[in-house]
Ligand binder design. Structure first.
Ligand SMILES: *[C@@H]1O[C@H](CO)[C@@H](O)[C@H](O)[C@H]1NC(C)=O
Ligand SMILES: *[C@@H]1O[C@H](CO)[C@@H](O)[C@H](O)[C@H]1NC(C)=O
Length: 210
C-alpha cells in the first residue's frame, strides 16, 4: 500500500560538500578519546557525538517497528527520506530523537503520529542498541507498535511534518521484506541498517524455522 504525499522524498539535490569547522557544528561534535588497549599501549580513537542528547534519557532516540494488521497479513510501515550524507533516498523505519522528560515509548507514539499520521499501541521495547559503535556513541531502542486498522483515526492518516521534513510512508508485507529491500536497492534507494537487519533476521527465521 502506498500513500500519496505531495512532499516527495525524491526531489532533493546536493549543491556542495565541504569540511565542517567545529565552531560551526550545531548537531555533531567530534572528539578524540585516549585509552589503553589490553596490552597497556596508549591509543587514540576519533568519535562523533550528538549534541542533542536529552538530559535524563537512557537513549538518544527510537526506531519504530510499526506493524499494521491487514487481511493479507502483517505489514511493516517504512519511510522514504532523502539523507544528504549518502546522497540517496533511504529506506528507514520511522524514528526520532527523545524530547526531554519523554520515555522511549512516549517518543515512539508521538513520532509515529507526527511522521505517519498513524495512532498505535506500544507492545514492547528492545535493548539499547548502538548504531555504529566504531564511529559514534549514538544509541536507540526499537519500540514495537501495533497499528489497529479498524480504528477510525487510522482510516486516512495525515502526517504532521515539520517544514524541513519530506517523508513518504509505505508498507511492505513482513513476509516479503527481504525481497523488497533487494528490489528497492536495485532501484537506487539506500537501505538503512535497521531495515536491512530486520529483513535478514526474517530470512534467518524462515531458514531455521524459529
Ligand atoms: C545512550 O544514550 C543516552 C542519551 O544520550 C545516554 O544518556 C546513555 O548514557 C547512552 N547509553 C550508553 C550505555 O552509552
Ligand atoms: C527526567 O527528569 C525529570 C525531572 O528530574 C522527571 O520528571 C522525568 O520523569 C525524567 N524523565 C525520564 C524519561 O526519566
Amino acid at each position: 500500500m502506498a500513500q500519496s504525499n505531495a512532499r516527495s522524498a525524491q526531489a532533493s539535490k546536493i549543491l556542495e560538500t565541504s569540511p565542517l569547522d567545529p565552531a560551526e557544528a550545531r548537531w555533531i561534535r567530534l572528539g578524540k578519546i585516549t585509552y589503553t588497549d589490553p596490552l597497556g599501549v596508549k591509543r587514540v580513537w576519533e568519535t562523533a557525538e550528538r549534541q542533542t542528547r536529552p538530559k535524563n534519557s537512557t537513549i538518544d532516540g527510537v526506531g519504530i517497528i510499526a506493524i499494521l494488521d491487514t487481511a493479507q497479513g502483517p505489514e511493516i510501515l517504512l519511510q522514504k527520506q532523502f539523507r544528504p550524507p549518502i546522497n540517496k533516498v533511504s529506506i528507514e523505519v520511522p524514528a526520532g530523537l527523545i524530547d526531554e522528560g519523554e520515555t522511549p515509548e512516549q517518543c515512539a507514539v508521538r513520532e509515529l503520529k507526527e511522521e505517519t499520521g498513524y495512532v498505535g499501541a506500544v507492545e514492547k521495547t528492545s535493548t539499547v542498541m548502538f548504531h555504529d559503535p566504531g564511529l559514534t556513541n549514538a544509541n536507540s531502542s526499537l519500540v514495537h507498535i501495533r497499528i489497529d486498522m479498524s480504528l477510525p483515526e487510522n482510516q486516512s492518516p495525515v502526517p504532521e511534518l515539520e517544514e524541513n521534513e519530506f517523508i513518504e510512508c509505505f508498507t511492505v508485507p513482513l513476509a516479503t521484506l527481504y525481497e523488497e529491500t533487494k528490489r528497492l536497492e536495485q532501484e537506487g534507494f539506500g537501505i538503512d541498517a535497521r531495515v536491512g537487519t530486520l529483513a535478514e533476521a526474517i530470512e534467518l527465521g524462515k531458514k531455521y524455522s524459529f
